[in-house]
Write a protein that binds this ligand. Structure first.
Ligand SMILES: Nc1ncnc2c1ncn2[C@@H]1O[C@H](COP(=O)(O)OP(=O)(O)O)[C@@H](O)[C@H]1O
Ligand SMILES: [Mg+2]
Length: 280
């Protein structure tokens, strides 16, 4: 067992400046959250919109600073309020967002998108950068020949594959995924979730997977943390949580969400693929 990321009592306050007749105030978006994720495992963070999931995700991904608590990556304490994380530390943790189009430059070829992290963070020569980018394209299920294409030539699901490929270029140990499939059609969601599972196995990645969708969480998670208004109201293994949600908020969340069966969708997609392969 090897813990990749550990958070203890993480807090985040937002200071909202005052205005005319309106006093400044502080909003505590994350109210003391603790968790840990091991190599090769997925912690899903689930909760309604506004519960503080993205705020916590950005802290774990070393993009934003916390207002209190302790964050350790591979056993090393990190406080980005005090000091910038080293390059090495930054490369260990990568983030994937809900809308990959926002993070892809429309004028940048996909190959350049993938090679850029290597160019900025390593001394790897150009030919090797290209080789690794092409290899990663294939690993996320895209042909290496797509190297010279632009983002607009891809579908939403393909763009998310590209964003995932880019996140993996520096060989991270932890991926923080903030609603990575929420903008995709259900059948495409299942494909991207399958890909994430395969990549996790191949690279022994730890995932912090943010979602508001319980069917997605049930499919991907080993452990689940339920957030409500900045607090962790329930935490445990996926089996425990789905078998018997304890907290009233979790029960309410379960009751309010129709759980589509991602497993069934996945089988349907696989069957269709097999049929197409057989007739081709
Ligand atoms: N930059 C910010 N400034 C002030 N308040 C913010 C900021 N970002 C988020 N918040 C507030 O923090 C709370 C949690 O937001 P967020 O982390 O985005 O939740 P979620 O991802 O679960 O929808 C919300 O009340 C939101 O309005
Ligand atoms: Mg969010």
């Amino acid at each position: 067992m090897s813990v990749v990321v550990e958070g203890k009592n993480i807090i985040r306050d937002y200071h909202i400046p005052g205005g005319f007749m309106r006093p400044a105030r502080t909003v505590r978006a994350v109210k003391g959250i603790s968790f840990s994720v091991e190599l090769g495992k997925t912690l899903a963070i689930v909760g309604e919109s506004g519960s503080g999931k993205s705020t916590l995700a950005r802290i774990i991904a070393l993009i934003d600073q916390s207002s209190g608590g302790e964050l350790k990556i591979e056993g090393k304490a990190i406080d980005i309020a005090k000091q910038k994380p080293t390059r090495e530390m930054r490369s260990k943790v990568q983030m994937v967002f809900q809308n990959p189009y926002g993070s892809l430059n429309p004028r940048q070829k996909i190959g350049d998108v993938l090679m850029e992290p290597l160019l900025l963070n390593t001394d790897i020569p150009a030919a090797e950068r290209r080789r690794r980018a092409e290899e990663m394209l294939v690993k996320v299920g895209l042909p290496a020949e797509h190297f010279n294409r632009y983002p607009h030539m891809f579908s939403g699901g393909q763009r998310q594959r590209i964003a995932i490929a880019r996140a993996l270029m520096l060989k991270p140990t932890l991926l923080v995924l903030d609603e990575p499939v929420s903008a995709l059609d259900l059948s495409v969601q299942a494909q991207v979730l399958n890909l994430l599972r395969d990549l996790q196995e191949e690279f022994n990645l730890a995932y912090v997977f943010i979602s508001h969708d319980l069917s997605v969480v049930r499919y991907i998670a080993d452990d689940v943390l339920v957030m409500n208004k900045g607090e962790a109201v329930e935490q445990g293994s996926r089996e425990e949580l789905f078998a018997a949600p304890k907290h009233p908020y979790t029960r309410e969340l379960f009751a309010a969400t129709p759980i589509t069966d991602i497993e069934a969708i996945r089988e349907r997609v696989a069957r269709r693929k097999a049929m197409r392969a057989a007739t081709a």
